[in-house]
Every structure is written in structure tokens, then in C-alpha cells.
Design a protein around this ligand. Structure first.
Ligand code: API
Length: 276
């Protein structure tokens, strides 16, 4: 069976996007892994599947699969590419769309300047909501990793994030320590590991070792989680420029249960079709 696909990227975090509205698509984890293979398949960090909404008042459903085939709750860079895709494919003419995800509704909006802004919903901190094994919410949770104690701030943006502050992201042990945090037993569903360097109260540099994908050039939910973590720690103001290795995002959060707002690019690279 041949299926059409669109290759997209948000700050170098790359995606294959499939239209599950005009055609019913069901892929096994093995098929997703094969499509995601950068030599034997198309290659992507995540696969995004667009589906019809299940509830009235919503425009679409959005499913996200990591490169390792795992289905996950949320993807920030993917949300911007999703919005660009459904607009360019004429699946909607709305600039602002309401999208169902596994953990709530997000609202991407195509901006006049070509960027895409997304209301990513409110962050969650209660350990069971991350999920993270801990007695109670705390701004900093010490975690034993490879004989070291690392101070983590844990945040759910629908998907789980563990954020630490480092002096220099360029020299931080992202691959070695990120992999150990991702698989740490206190994160029963694994976790995305963020490494944040504070440049000023309105600017950070960030690298993320993503659950199920390894280090990516940018992580949208990781940027949201890092800014929320920095604000909770009293290190950042409510609007922050985030420098990822693939480019910049602007993240805004005004605390408590207010939503996290993310703005950044979404780019179509090419279209193709592939035999499954
Ligand atoms: N690896 C993530 C999903 C993709 C998130 C990232 N690509 C983003 O832009 O938010 C997870 O397993 O929760």
C-alpha cells in the first residue's frame, strides 16, 4: 500500500505528517520505526497523524509517535507543523484551530508574520500527573544519577519533562546523562530531559534529550517546560526567548494555572509517497 506523506520541521525537529482525515491510517509500532529510520525509511524525530476530531467543538485530533514507535501525549514543534499542514492541505480554512491530543486540547494559530503560536495548555506539577515517583510537588527534586545528585524541576506539558540548570549547554553531558534520566526508574513512563543555561531573566539556551528520540535540535514542549521550571525557580520573567540548537522559540507563562504560549516557525520540506 502506498501512502502520501509530508516531511516538515520546526527548528530542525523533524516530522512525517500523515493525513488520517481523507484516508484511514493505522500503523504498527514496527511500521512507524521503519518509516522513522533515516537510512531504511524516510526518517523523523516524530510521526504526526492527523485525524478527525472525536468531540463537537473541536477541529481535529492529533496523534504523536516517537521515532522508537511509542505513542505520546504532546509535541510542541509538531503542533505548529500540524497547524501549517491542515491549512496547506485545505483541511480547514481556520487560522486558529482546536486540536484534541491525548492530554487535552491545544489551540494553534497561524500568525500574519508566518509564525505559528500555540496555547499549549497549563503545566502540571503533581508527581502522579507527570508521572514521577515522589512524595509531593516540589520546585526542586534531587535525583541520584550515575553517582551524582542532580536538582531537577519536573513539569508535565501533557508529556513529562525533567529540567536541570547547567552552566553551559555546549559542554553539558546531554547524551550520557540525558539517557540515564530518560530511563530513570522514578519516571515510570520515562521522561524528556532538559538542560537549561540561564542567559538572562528573559533568555535561555536549551538542549533536550527527548524520550523515545534522543537529543533533537529543538523540543517545543521542552522549551515550555524549561521556561516554566525557570519561572518556578525564580530565575526567569514571564516572557523568554529560548535558543535551541535548531533556532529560537518565544515562550510566555504567567504562572499558576495560566496556559503556556509558544511561538515559532513551521516549515514544509517536501511531499512524497511511500510503500508500506
Ligand atoms: N519526545 C517527546 C514527544 C515529542 C516532543 C517534542 N518533539 C516537542 O516538540 O515537544 C515525548 O516522548 O514526550
Amino acid at each position: 500500500m502506498k501512502i502520501p506523506f509530508t516531511k516538515m520541521q520546526g527548528l530542525g525537529n523533524d516530522f512525517v505528517v500523515l493525513d488520517g482525515v481523507r484516508q484511514s491510517i493505522s500503523l504498527s509500532a514496527e511500521q512507524i520505526r521503519r518509516l522513522g529510520d533515516r537510512r531504511f525509511g524516510i526518517g523523523f524525530d516524530q510521526l504526526l497523524l492527523v485525524e478527525p476530531a472525536r468531540e463537537a467543538g473541536h477541529d481535529f485530533r492529533y496523534r504523536i509517535f516517537n521515532n522508537d514507535g511509542s505513542e505520546v501525549e504532546q509535541c510542541g514543534n509538531g503542533a505548529r507543523c500540524f497547524a501549517r499542514f491542515v491549512h496547506d492541505q485545505h483541511l480547514t480554512d481556520k487560522a486558529e484551530i482546536r486540536v484534541e491530543t491525548a492530554r487535552g486540547v491545544i489551540v494553534p494559530k497561524l500568525e500574519a508574520d508566518g509564525l505559528v503560536s500555540v496555547d499549549m495548555g497549563s503545566p502540571r506539577f503533581i508527581p502522579e500527573q507527570i508521572p514521577f515517583l515522589a512524595e509531593a510537588d516540589a520546585i526542586i527534586h534531587p535525583l541520584e544519577v550515575a553517582g551524582r545528585t542532580i536538582d531537577l524541576t519536573v513539569v508535565s506539558m501533557g508529556n513529562p519533562h525533567a529540567v536541570q540548570v547547567v552552566d553551559d549547554v555546549d559542554t553539558a553531558p546531554v547524551t550520557a546523562i540525558g539517557a540515564l534520566i530518560e530511563a530513570h526508574p522514578r519516571f515510570p513512563a520515562r521522561v524528556n530531559a532538559g538542560f537549561m543555561q540561564i542567559v538572562s531573566r528573559s533568555e535561555i539556551r536549551l538542549r533536550v534529550f527527548e524520550r523515545g528520540a534522543g537529543e533533537t535540535l529543538a523540543c517545543g514542549t521542552g522549551a515550555c517546560a524549561a521556561v516554566v521550571a525557570g519561572i518556578r525557580r525564580g530565575l526567569l520573567d514571564d516572557t523568554v526567548l529560548v535558543h535551541a540548537r535548531g533556532g529560537d522559540l518565544t515562550i510566555r507563562w504567567q504562572g499558576d494555572q495560566s496556559p503556556v504560549l509558544m511561538t515559532g516557525p513551521a516549515v514544509t520540506v517536501y511531499q512524497g509517497e511511500i510503500a508500506l
